[in-house]
Design a protein around this ligand. Structure first.
Ligand SMILES: [Zn+2]
Length: 260
């Protein structure tokens, strides 16, 4: 055996040992973390939900009742169905945590617009959201890579949109977006970004703080598999729920924000 072959053999063994070592180190931690997140999602009332008393919150399931939204690449998972599942779970979590919160859905029988009229659908959602006179509007979506490059399929991160125009309302929307983005990033273990968007009617026309969540990319094949699992959707709903509680806590006690 040549010296070169011996060196390659030693290096390959070192890489293998390092991978086993890293696996032994990280695997139990990742398992413990997913068990913990699952347990949290099963117990929404363990957080102080008294901040929700008397609040009206609109939860909009993006695209549901109108069209499919983005599609998953392997299983053909429809964004509208995933959005609906998360929104429904979030609504029941809020109601279960505090019976004195008014949770309003913008979809259900109320939106039955056709595939070829997406603007009509969005206008109707905005109107329904405004009519409820809410304290907060949350529209649940999942992102999709639009570029054709092969690597773009593997993009996966969290983004939360809000409307930015320098007003007090947009400052509060930004705060809500920050709270929810932080929780989504932590619970789903994804990098997260806040993005001001002034082209979304639901955010622009809202009379209350409003956000759109894009918790992850449904076009990412691994993420699509996760999104097909009810547990994963519960954790996402719980992350948004936790962010909403934090937002109202900050609203009620702005001073606390600096100390955390
Ligand atoms: Zn969408």
């Amino acid at each position: 055996m040549t010296a070169k072959a011996t060196l390659i053999g030693v290096l390959a063994s070192l890489v293998l040992l390092a991978r086993i070592g890293l696996g032994l180190y990280f695997l139990p931690r990742i398992m413990a973390l997913s068990w913990y997140r699952g347990w949290l999602a099963e117990n929404p009332a363990r957080l102080d939900a008294s901040v929700l008393t008397g609040k009206t919150i609109v939860i909009d399931a993006g695209h549901k009742g109108c069209h499919a939204g983005a599609l998953g690449p392997r299983l053909g998972l429809k964004e509208a169905d995933v959005n609906w599942e998360v929104a429904e779970t979030l609504r029941s979590m809020l109601r279960r945590a505090n019976p004195d919160v008014n949770v309003v859905a913008t979809v259900g029988d109320s939106i039955t617009r056709s595939e070829d009229d997406p603007d009509g659908d969005l206008n109707l959602r905005s109107q329904l959201a405004r009519r409820a006179g809410p304290d907060l509007v949350v529209s649940v979506h999942h992102d999709a890579a639009t570029k054709r490059e092969p690597w773009s399929l593997w993009v996966n991160l969290t983004t939360v949109f809000y409307h930015e125009n320098g007003s007090d309302l947009s400052r509060r929307s930004r705060l809500a977006a920050q709270c929810v983005r932080r929780r989504l990033g932590r619970y789903l273990l994804l990098p997260g970004f806040l993005i001001p968007r002034n082209d979304l009617g639901l955010l622009r026309d809202s009379h209350a703080p409003a956000i759109v969540t894009e918790a992850s990319f449904i076009t990412n094949p691994l993420q699509e598999r996760l999104l097909a699992q009810p547990d994963r959707l519960r954790i996402e709903a719980y992350a948004i729920y936790h962010g909403i509680l934090e937002y109202f806590a900050y609203q009620n006690h702005p001073a606390e924000r600096k100390t955390r």
